[in-house]
Design a protein around this ligand. Sequence first.
Ligand code: NIG
Ligand code: FE
Length: 390
Amino acid sequence: MTAASICYDRIGELVTCVPELGDGSPLGVRTDAAVVVEDGVVVWVGDAGRAPATDHRVEVGPRCVLPGFVDSHSHVVFGGDRSAEFAARMAGEPYEAGGIRSTMAATRAADTAQLAERATALVQEMRRQGTGVVEIKSGYGGDVDTERRCLEVAAGLTEETTYLGAHVVPAAFDGDVDAYVSLVTGGMLEVCAPLARWVDVFVEEGAFDADQAREVLTAGMAVGLGARVHANQLRYGPGVQLACELGAASADHCTHLTREDVHALADAGTVATLVPGADFSTRSPVYPDARALIDAGATVAVATDCNPGTSFTTSMPFAIALAVRECGLTPSEAVWAATRGGAVALRRHDVGHLGVGAAAWLTVLDAPNHLHLAYRPGVPLAGPLAPPDA
Ligand code: NIG
Ligand code: FE
């Protein structure tokens, strides 16, 4: 039996993220376009009214269609609530990495069904706002059983699962970082690695230093996980250089970068994943300098970092708007960073674009073009393009 084919026709503006399918720009924009999807895959892209015969046809009209956002950094598996901590910050308290421990306690206390229910609701919230693929980290377990449970929940929601056993040292270790690193690189890794594609570590004062982080990442890489790093979030530090040294797919946050860090990212091909929702919600005095990164030739991605402590948003459009207003990306660069950039950060070739063979994550904007994503902040323009029988 052949799968039903659908033609999305008369699309006002189609953002393909394949330069040669459109105007030659990185976004590969074409107007008055059509896309054919069969069996969940894009099989044809071209001019409106020119598509081959299909089982169904949807007239999209004067709206913008783009690849589903690729949210390459989230922590949606957790228990508890930190709204009071947010309110205190907005009243002037600084953000400290230690707040993570209160979420660890609440996550351990939650049963797996509760964790799954919350994480599923957050992923659904993402999807309603146009996100296709999402990466999900563990990291609020801090013990073998809870890290495993968190990764099981994550694996039920995405292929892009990340083992972040090294988020902070749990209170039970009473500051004995070496003992915790031994667990993270030993028994915990053994249990968690089969459930994960990636290994991540929070390199920061109050979390892990460069040597400890190197141990964590190399242990994960030795069992086949790809590396990604929480780097240079709260202050300058060694995280970015370590990510580049180890050939990590991505260094995430990058709020405090030296010129050397910027050039190391460009030279290593490690993606700089900006999560400006975290800078917003921690009331960071500075945002990442995306302009410096792009000018140096680095690849930039934008993600939500959805988590209860520093960035409790599921909205890629919000991240795009902040990346434009605060990080110096143009609206078009920010849309690329939130789609193709996220895919590069996850080393995925099948998502983040709408070329032939891509997974058919199609997002539609209730707007005539992609510039409206940053131009109309806070307005729910983006959503999934529904199939004809929805
Ligand atoms: O990406 N920086 C480390 N981890 C999270 C924050 C987690 C928390 O505060 O709960 C982040 O911002
Ligand atoms: Fe994070």
